[in-house]
Design a protein around this ligand. Structure first.
Ligand code: TXA
Ligand code: MG
Length: 352
């Protein structure tokens, strides 16, 4: 396994040596697996046009074969090879949000192997803005199929330390680009009857989309439990996700003292509770000698998004008998944070 450390390196510098990224691109093209940074979360990448390379991703993650992968492109020529019949609205969305944390579901061409799309006639496509990701795709010369870098069911990886032990023996190369800028996976959108429909919320918010297209819909399954036989627009929504081993409960109130008091009251019933708390409230818990993890400032949703997956991963190391998580307002990026947290809590949600 080759480890490429680009943590503190500006790849736009004139004296940047591209050899390492070229090497990683060759690994992709020749059928290997590369763990690489994007602005959302780390990706576990393979040649998206090579069915046997893509199969390695499913095996490494333990991912169900009916859950399709996103193809990552570095330019519009690559897009045209894998997608067809792109509508005006779809073009507008692409122009507005690429490169960036935005995935669009399009009609696929026959170049895309069935294993990528889990047999669907559509394919999810994204052009990352992260410079390392973009260069890697260019060097590979093919779209890179990449799910979030984590074993299925675990929180997505947002830095190499969090996922090294989970994935290092399953990949041919690791590119360390430091911590992910956004910290949550991309917004996934499919245009249905001319209306952009959000299948997974992310950094690009409903408001951002409405500003560009004039309308937006949020798929009803973003916050609801889905039975295993239910047909959904995005198969990934069906699966247990982000969940630590301990039972987790999400609690939210707009009123901070109500929220804190509720969590204190509930914590009383347990011997070893853990609280994932905002910076503003944390002392209310530590004063009572309760175990806490700080998820960031209440009104800084960017900060909470960046911290949340690492926080969820720390939970398992502390082995509490219950976890209470302070929720945030379901607005803007808060929609994406709450979508991930509700899943981490397996729909145990108290709203006051
Ligand atoms: O930010 C991201 O999107 C990251 C980075 C690595 O780019 N990738 C990521 O991939 O989150 P993954 O595989 O963990 O999540 C992809 C989601 C899944 O929920 C999947 O079901 C959905 O996108 N998806 C992929 N192709 C689809 C399609 N053709 N139709 C509907 N949903 C699709
Ligand atoms: Mg994932």
């Amino acid at each position: 396994m080759k480890y490429i450390d680009l943590k503190n390196i500006d790849i736009n510098e004139e004296n940047f040596n591209n050899q390492d990224l070229e090497f990683a691109g060759n690994i992709i093209r020749s059928g290997g697996l590369v763990l690489f940074p994007t602005e959302t979360v780390y990706g576990l990448g393979a040649n998206g046009l090579d069915a046997s390379a893509v199969k390695k991703i499913y095996l490494a993650k333990g991912r169900s074969s009916d859950n399709p992968l996103i193809l990552h492109v570095s330019d519009m020529d690559m897009l045209d090879k894998i997608a067809t019949n792109i509508s005006n609205i779809e073009h507008k969305l692409i122009d507005a949000f690429w490169p960036g944390p935005f995935t669009i579901i399009l009609n696929r061409t026959l170049v895309v192997p069935d294993i990528v799309t889990a047999g669907l006639d559509t394919v999810g496509i994204r052009m990352p803005s992260n410079k390392i990701a973009n260069k890697l795709i260019s060097y590979a010369g093919v779209p890179i199929a990449a799910p979030s870098a984590n074993v299925s069911g675990k929180p997505s990886g947002t830095n190499i330390d969090d996922i090294f032990s989970e994935l290092s023996d399953k990949v041919d190369c690791i590119i360390d680009g430091g911590s992910s800028e956004v910290g949550l996976e991309s917004t996934v959108v499919r245009v249905v009857d001319n209306i952009p429909t959000i299948l997974r919320p992310g950094k690009i918010t409903p408001e951002d989309i409405r500003r560009v297209i004039g309308c937006v819909k949020i798929d009803e399954h973003i916050f609801s439990k889905i039975s295993s036989d239910e047909k959904v627009l995005s198969p990934g929504m069906k699966y247990r996700h982000y969940a630590p081993n301990s039972k987790c409960v999400l609690v939210y109130s707009e009123n901070s003292s109500l929220l804190v008091n509720k969590i204190l009251e509930l914590s009383n019933k347990y011997s070893n509770p853990l609280i994932l708390a905002t910076t503003e409230n944390i002392s209310s818990y530590t004063n009572k000698n309760l175990l806490t993890i700080n998820i960031g400032h209440k009104d800084n949703l960017d900060e909470i998004a960046q911290n949340i997956f690492t926080a969820l991963r720390q939970v398992d190391k502390l082995n509490p008998d219950i976890v209470f998580i302070e929720g945030v307002k379901q607005e803007g990026l808060g929609l994406a944070i709450m979508n991930r947290l509700i899943r981490a809590c397996e729909y145990n949600y108290i709203s006051l």
